[in-house]
Design a protein around this ligand. Structure first.
Ligand code: IMP
Length: 177
């Protein structure tokens, strides 16, 4: 285990098993919809890669990079860093997220996709922190619910570190105080 990690919350095996469960649900829903699987960079990349491998249906993949975070507290300020490369008009869009915290990022992204004419917009997230929600956002497909903790690994960072950890862990408080 990395020296800055207090505790492992979910191992790679647990994450992969949960992702497989989510893929089963998504396959039923999206088999005939040719969805756009939209990963929000950079946090969703590991989850997205794992999900794609298990989601053996006709789909397209794109990425959107929006930014709202500095450190461990949401600023509520969301800006587009990298836009999609394809049109979402009349398409079923499935947003893949690493974690839903305040929900502000997703709120803005959903608004953007609807304004651009997406037929449906749903969300699949590996982690959900419902206690810290500020915007009325509910992901339809959720891997794990977690309490109000700051977690890193499996794509999630703290100041751009720890994204490459193959598990999700709780960062030692001493690292960010
Ligand atoms: P929201 O807009 O507050 O829901 O924030 C969503 C984004 O904040 C996620 O995609 C993450 O990049 C980041 N985030 C929220 N909570 C955590 C955490 O516990 N660890 C690392 N990043 C987080």
């Amino acid at each position: 285990m990395h020296q800055d990690i207090d505790k492992i919350l979910f191992s790679q095996e647990e994450i992969e098993a949960k992702t497989a469960e989510l893929a089963v649900q998504l396959k039923t829903e999206y088999a005939d919809k040719k969805p756009i699987l939209l990963g929000l960079l950079k946090g969703s990349m590991m989850f997205m890669a794992e999900l794609m491998k298990k989601l053996d249906i006709d789909l397209q993949v794109d990425f959107l990079d929006v930014s709202s975070y500095e450190g461990t507290v949401s600023t509520g300020d969301v800006r587009i860093v990298k836009d999609l490369g394809m049109s979402v008009r009349d398409r079923h869009v499935l947003i893949a997220e690493d974690i839903v915290d305040t929900g502000r990022t997703l709120e803005k992204v959903i608004e953007l996709l609807r304004n651009r004419g997406a037929k449906t917009v749903e969300m699949v997230t590996l982690l959900d922190k419902p206690e810290t929600r500020k915007a009325p956002i509910a992901a339809k497909y959720v891997g794990f619910m977690i309490p109000k903790l700051f977690v890193v690994g499996y794509g999630l960072d703290y100041n751009e570190k720890y994204r490459n950890l193959p598990y999700i862990g709780i960062l030692k408080v001493s690292v960010y105080t």
